[in-house]
Design a binder for this molecule. Structure first.
Ligand code: FAD
Length: 284
């Protein structure tokens, strides 16, 4: 399929990109790696008159770890996330999740900003960001603001980002504890049938903190606060993990689709979350 005609813009600063989007209004859309947007355009599922390409904006690239805070520029590719030794050490869950996204061709161009801004419940990074309690940095005509990843997702493809805002970066505190991202998919390169992001901290043999988020089991990623709370103070035994799984089941809302019936997805979610908790615990 061939997309409908569009005008192409390639600003070299965030300010210029924000101004272009404000001036062009509803007919403009930013493009990052294009690996979610271009397929939609080719299938004519979206009609965009102006594409504002962010590739040339150097300020949107890079990974910085400063004083315990990790900041990742929106245009950093999934391949660059995987290749960063510093990030792999500070937050290995990102590398583990990025390695399970699609295939190397997609990861060479797909960006962290596009992955989290898109609002696709099948994308892997939104759940990881919720698990990390990350902050999203947005820039629009009225300046900068931040939104927590846990507050960002409203429905499939609807987020707290205004149409005239660009997501410039994600940031989070270096997490404490063992981390795991476990994903069940139908075949290599596929989106998740169910995936779980888990961070577990231990003290004196018991769980002192836990954060759990699930991917593609609702129309948004789901941060499962009660599931994490069910583990805190426990010895992370089988009954404690059962409690966390039950709490997770109460907040997901899977639907029947080509990945399977909702009941199967609930089963997969339980298996995946158990594995992720056990893996994160073994790394804590
Ligand atoms: P684009 O496609 O350029 O943009 C996506 C959307 O986000 C657009 O609406 C765009 O306007 C908006 N956007 C992009 N950047 C910004 C920004 N900085 N500020 C505001 N809005 C912005 N992803 C997964 O997570 N898991 C998978 O298993 C997976 N499998 C895939 C398999 C295939 C075959 C393909 C083609 C893609 C797959 N993806 C998967 C999606 C891939 O990771 C995308 O690259 C990613 O989701 C979007 O990033 P992008 O940089 O390509 O964004």
């Amino acid at each position: 399929m061939i997309p409908a005609p569009f005008d192409y813009h390639r600003p070299d600063t965030v300010e210029a990109a924000v101004k272009l989007i404000a001036d062009l209004g509803d007919s403009a859309r930013v493009i990052a790696g294009g690996h979610s947007l271009i397929p939609l355009m080719k299938m004519r599922m979206t009609d965009i008159a102006h594409l504002v390409d962010l590739q040339k904006i150097g300020a949107l690239k890079g990974i910085a770890i400063d004083g315990g805070t990790v900041t990742i520029g929106a245009m950093t590719t999934q391949h660059e996330l995987i290749g960063s030794a510093a990030l792999g050490s500070a937050a290995p869950i990102i590398r583990e999740a990025a390695l399970q996204i699609a295939d190397p061709q997609v990861r060479y161009v797909g960006t962290i900003g596009g992955n989290v801004a898109n609002g696709d419940p099948g994308n892997d990074m939104p759940g990881v960001m919720q698990c990390l309690d990350a902050t999203y940095h947005l820039r629009g005509p009225d300046g900068e603001r931040t939104v927590k990843a846990r507050d960002f997702y409203e429905a499939a493809y609807f987020t707290a980002r205004a149409d005239d805002e660009i997501l410039t970066a994600v940031s989070f505190e270096v997490p404490v504890g063992g981390q795991a991202y476990v994903k069940q998919k139908r075949k290599t390169g596929d989106y998740a049938t169910a995936a779980a992001a888990v961070i577990i901290a231990k003290s004196g043999g018991n769980c002192s903190a836990a954060s759990i988020a699930m991917t593609n089991l609702s129309d948004t990623p789901v941060w499962c606060e009660a599931a994490g709370d069910a583990l805190v103070g426990s010895s992370l035994g089988a009954a404690d993990i059962d409690n966390a799984v039950d709490a997770m089941q109460a907040v997901i809302n899977p639907q029947d689709d080509n990945k399977g019936p909702a009941a199967f997805k609930r089963h997969a979610a339980a298996v995946i979350l158990r594995r992720a908790i056990e893996r994160a615990t073994s790394r804590a």
